[in-house]
Design a protein around this ligand. Structure first.
Ligand code: HEC
Length: 252
């Protein structure tokens, strides 16, 4: 039976339907931008094109296999220096990137083998001419640090609650049956944000939780898309018959 507090869009004034439509359009475009942003900031971290579970694992928990400097020395830069020199640089990285040892031996190797390109003259090539720059690449990549994660968590939780509060409020005027299903759709993004944010911390501890990040994001997206499409459709195209109230009342 239709609750006496339920009003379908078609029973609401044009001004409210205009407000709902405007908000939906901006939220929809905003959501697309958010998707592009997520993709740009994580895709390709594992060296494969596209956004994979591995990319998310690396973003939150880091790449335990190698520092950037080692990855380059064994990967694309491996042809730039002989093996014994490479091994001495790698030993220095593994030994904790000691500044004195850098001055004594590593510096001369890098100057001889790398500085022709990595000298700061090309903005796309990281300079490797002083200790700080080199040591930065010799740190273990531990993923997003905890403070950044805490900061992003509270921004996300506040922001997303507002978005889905507005969205759910608008969607609550849609005629969707069964009612429990409608409630599940409204509640899903709030569960998903807990899952999503929680899984960032879990993934930081253990990269195998990365799929939870993906599930959380996916649930949120599905709920958003469903509420958006149904609301937009029913605001302008769905004929909610005035008889619907009395018909359901009669059936109930
Ligand atoms: C012939 C020019 C050249 C030489 C010599 C060279 N590199 Fe590179 N290096 C590049 C280019 C080009 C890139 C790619 C820049 C990019 O697209 O990020 C790169 C990338 C790197 C990166 C990745 C930087 C990052 O921020 O991820 C590291 C680390 C690196 N090189 C280390 C070295 C080391 C160590 C040596 C010396 C043993 C060396 N390179 C010698 C041209 C060179």
């Amino acid at each position: 039976m239709v609750h006496r507090m339920f009003f379908h869009y078609s029973e609401l004034p044009l001004s409210l339907r205009t407000l709902f439509t405007s908000a939906l359009i901006i939220l929809g475009v905003g959501y697309l931008f958010a998707m592009v942003h997520v993709y740009n900031s994580h895709a390709g971290r594992d060296g494969e094109p596209g956004l994979t579970i591995q990319d998310l694992a690396i973003a939150y928990s880091g790449n335990k296999d190698a520092t950037k400097l080692e990855a380059a020395l064994f990967g694309p830069m491996s042809g730039m220096l002989p093996n014994d020199e490479r091994n001495s640089v790698v030993r220095w990285v593994r030994g904790g990137a000691d500044p004195k040892e850098y001055e004594d031996s590593v510096k001369t190797v890098l100057e001889k083998r790398c500085a022709t390109c990595h000298n700061g003259s090309n903005p796309h090539i990281t300079p490797l001419t002083d200790y700080k720059e080199v040591a930065g690449l010799a740190e273990l990549d531990t993923g997003i640090d905890l403070f950044t994660l805490v900061r992003v968590s509270h921004i996300h939780m506040f922001g997303i609650t507002f978005i889905f509060f507005v969205m759910g409020q608008i969607f609550s005027h849609a005629y969707v049956r069964p009612v429990w299903f409608k409630s599940v759709v409204i509640a899903t993004p709030f569960v998903a944000i807990l899952l999503d944010v929680g899984s960032w911390y879990l993934t930081k501890l253990n990269p195998s939780f990365a799929w939870v990040v993906l599930v959380g994001g996916g649930l949120m997206g599905m709920s958003f898309a469903f509420q958006w499409v149904v609301s937009m459709y029913q605001i302008w195209l769905y004929k909610y018959l005035p008889g619907e109230r009395s018909r359901e009342a009669a059936l109930g």
